[in-house]
Design a protein around this ligand. Structure first.
Ligand code: CCH
Length: 306
């Protein structure tokens, strides 16, 4: 784990709930963004790409990636092609960072992922603050997953490198119930042009991309996936070509050990929500020693009658 200490935090649940509420209001305000999907999925991806740079304690004696330093805001990491289109998610959060200048980028970006999961109907995620901003020498590049690869590769990255179990790996990738793939980054509110290229893939995984469900698993098992005929990267389409899967998604049904969990989650949404919540918290805390620190749980806007 990191040999950098947690911020000695003076803020309490009320303060962080306020930040949560501001993020949630932004998601509501811009619900027409990205063909009416809104910003929620982009915030989940931002939190994951900040945290998923963890290379494990063996990777480097002093620093091991992860969410701690909020380094996805810095050019070296922001310009990683794996992070294409995430400038849009940071655009949404910039005004919140200005308003709450005491919060670190790592805390803000991970909290935005928690906010999005909860506001889009997902499970409650326990969250802990204390990350501190670090400079470019700590930024990562080229360590996020390549979507064109197979089950061995996915396992190598999530299980051997980041320390997740097979079950946690499957649970996490189920977040693809949300959002879509983009050839070009979506156009920001008030702008005329895209901010730049996306991943090069196209389409959504589910018919409800702004609602957190176990649909990804059901579709993986129940629809028929064939290779899309186009000039873009290899990806798969369902029977009526309304939905998509990446090669790395299909790896979860090609590998028997992964498939077992896909089947379980397709059948049991409660179990899926419970396992996702634990795995997502673990993802956001990779490389950080939070032992004994307070855990916060936030109310949704609905629960507060906002
Ligand atoms: Fe993912 N993801 N992801 N993903 N992802 C993409 C979009 C989202 C991979 C590839 C891609 C996770 C794991 C993986 C989200 C959450 C998670 C895209 C399209 C690709 C490609 C990006 C674009 O074009 O805008 C691969 C490969 C893996 C693992 O092997 C995990 C883990 C999570 C979260 C827990 C979300 C959400 C999106 C939608 C973003 C949006 O803007 O709609």
């Amino acid at each position: 784990t990191l040999n950098v200490a947690l911020n000695d935090d003076k803020h309490d649940l009320k303060d962080y709930q306020q930040v949560y509420n501001d993020i949630a209001q932004k998601i509501r305000e811009y619900d027409e963004y990205d063909e009416a999907i809104g910003f929620g999925p982009a915030l989940v991806r931002l939190a994951w790409h900040l945290s998923g740079t963890f290379v494990g304690p063996k990777g480097c004696p002093h620093f091991s990636g992860g969410s701690y330093g909020g380094t996805i805001r810095l050019p070296k990491e922001a310009k990683d092609p794996a992070n294409n289109a995430l400038e849009n998610a940071r655009w949404l959060l910039d005004p919140i960072k200005s308003k709450y200048s005491w919060i670190s980028y790592g805390d803000l970006y991970t909290l935005s992922g928690v906010t999005a999961i909860q506001e889009l109907g997902g499970p409650k995620i326990k969250w802990r603050p204390g990350r501190k901003d670090l400079g470019e020498e700590y930024a990562s590049n080229s360590v996020l997953p390549d979507a064109s690869r197979d089950a061995d590769y996915v396992r190598g990255l999530f299980v051997r490198r980041m320390g997740f179990t097979d079950q946690e790996t499957v649970a996490l990738i189920g977040a693809h119930a949300l959002g879509s793939c983009h050839i070009q980054a979506p156009i920001l509110p008030g702008a005329k042009e895209s901010t730049g290229p996306g991943s090069g893939y196209t389409g959504r995984w589910t018919a409800s991309p702004n609602f957190f469900t176990n649909e990804f698993f059901r579709l993986l098992l129940e629809d028929k996936w064939t290779q899309k005929k186009w000039s873009g990267p290899v990806q798969y389409q369902n029977s009526d070509d309304s939905l998509m899967m990446l090669p790395a998604d299909l790896a979860l049904v090609e590998d028997p050990a992964f498939k077992k969990f896909v089947q379980e989650y397709a059948k049991d949404q409660d179990k899926y929500f419970k396992d996702f919540a634990a795995a997502f918290q673990k993802l956001l805390e990779l490389g950080i020693d939070f032992k004994g620190k307070r855990e916060f749980e936030f109310k949704t806007l609905d629960e507060q009658d906002i």
